[in-house]
Each structure stands twice: as C-alpha cells, then as structure tokens.
Design a binder for this molecule. Structure first.
Ligand code: G3P
Ligand code: CA
Length: 244
C-alpha cells in the first residue's frame, strides 16, 4: 500500500517544519512526515527548510550563524499568523520525542547541499540510535556524497537519493550508491520507473505531489509512498481506491 508522507508536515494547513504541522499530519492519519534539517552555529540539528531564516521566521540571516538559544526564541509561523501553539523552530530531538507517542515514519532530509555541515550525518545517526528509531527513519538528501557517507557510518539505515532531473534507470543508480530508495521530483516519474524500482526492491517516493490526478496515478501504480503538502486529500484518494 502506498504510504502518505506529509511534506514538511501538513504544510497546506500549518506552518512548514513546525510541531504544529507534524501534529496536524498525525491527526490527519498520515503514515509519515518529511522534514528538513540544518545545523546551527553550536552544532544543533534545527528543523527548517531554508539555509536562511528570513522566509519562514521572524529572524534574519543564516541558520549556521546563530546559536540554538537564539533560534529557540523565534517564531516560524510566517503566513499562518493567527496560530499560537507549536510554531517555533523544533530541534530534530523534539520531533523524535513526539514520535514516542505515535508510529509515524520520519523522512529526514539533510539540507547539506549548500553548506557541507561537517558532522551532520554523525549527529543525526547518533540521535536515531539514541531513540532506537532505526526502522522508523529514512535519511534523504540531494547531496549523494552525504548519503554514501551516512551509509558507511550506518549501513542498516535506509538512505534515499533525492533528485530532480531525468536520471536514466534511477533504480540502478540507487543500487550503485547503496541507497534503499529514490525520491524523485514528480515531473521525472514515469510508470516504468515505478515498476522497475519496486521490482528491484528500491522504494520510490516522489515529491511534491499535490495534484489529485497524480496522487491517484501513483497509488494505482503501487508507488511506495507519495510526499505531499496535503496528506488528507491523498489519504482520501487512497481510501477510495482501496474500497473499490
Ligand atoms: O522530500 C522531498 C522534498 O522535500 C525535497 O524538496 O525543497 O521541499 O526540500 P524540498
Ligand atoms: Ca525537504
């Protein structure tokens, strides 16, 4: 069955990458969440999409130039100005604590394409081990050097190659870099890629799938998961297909 992952949480109705969005995803019945991780000046794993604070918070400048105690004071609710709860920047460990209360799968995107964030892989893996979440997490990145490094550090964890171009036989590429999954941009996905990935035991989870027609197609094709801003709609489409 195709799993439904909430992209940056239920980001259609709550501020992305906040506990409000992750809780909303759980309440909607999502199977998983996707989130983005950047490293602070003092080496903490902050859950925020952009390298800079400016778009989603009331702070300014690069995440990497601020210590956590300063970032912890910020609001990350940007366009959802009326919300009052759970709208700060979470740490990855805050999300992991909340995951003790549910069975949500967490797709952790290492945002180390712009800045290398030396030591990020070790920190994420250490936290996964601390919580015993080996079977509940996926480590994804557009930086495939980072993925292969994470694989060397922790071969038991699933890594997922994010990409947005038209890779030829991406399941073969995944095998070559020892990734257990491919996370393609939706515009690059074809039915034969889904089928071949599944046949080769490679998970395939396209992003960011917000059109109902695409959700239906991917679910009917037996895609491993879809990553969407609107998990509620994806879940209702999945239910209607399963009921048929
Ligand atoms: O999980 C895939 C997706 O999150 C990658 O793109 O820019 O939303 O982080 P972006
Ligand atoms: Ca992401």
């Amino acid at each position: 069955m195709t799993a439904i992952f909430a992209h940056r949480g239920f980001s259609a109705i709550a501020p992305e990458n906040t506990m409000a969005a992750f809780r909303a995803a759980e309440e909607a019945g999502a199977d998983g969440i996707e989130l983005d991780v950047q490293l602070t000046k003092d080496g903490r794993l902050a859950v925020i999409h952009d390298e800079k604070l400016d778009r989603t918070t009331n702070g300014r400048g690069f995440v990497k130039d601020w210590e956590w105690k300063e970032l912890a004071q910020l609001e990350a609710k940007y366009k959802f100005s009326t919300l009052t709860r759970d709208t700060g920047i979470p740490l990855l460990e805050d999300v992991f604590e909340w995951m003790r209360e549910n069975e949500i799968i967490c797709n952790i995107e290492l945002k180390n394409n712009e800045f290398p964030y030396v030591g990020m892989e070790e920190k994420v893996i250490r936290l996964i081990r601390q919580f015993n979440y080996e079977s509940r997490v996926i480590i994804s990145s557009f930086n495939h050097y980072s993925l292969t490094y994470a694989y060397q550090l922790a071969p038991d964890l699933e890594t997922a190659a994010l990409y947005s171009s038209h890779l030829y036989m991406p399941w073969k590429y995944a095998e070559a870099i020892r990734a257990g999954a491919i996370h393609p941009h939706i515009r690059t996905v074809k039915s034969e890629i889904i089928r071949s990935a599944v046949e080769h035991g490679i998970q395939i989870r396209p992003y960011t799938v917000n059109k109902e027609k695409q959700m239906k197609w991917l679910i009917e094709e037996g895609c491993s998961a879809i990553v969407t801003d609107d998990p509620r709609t994806a879940l209702s489409i999945r239910d209607s297909i399963l009921d048929f």
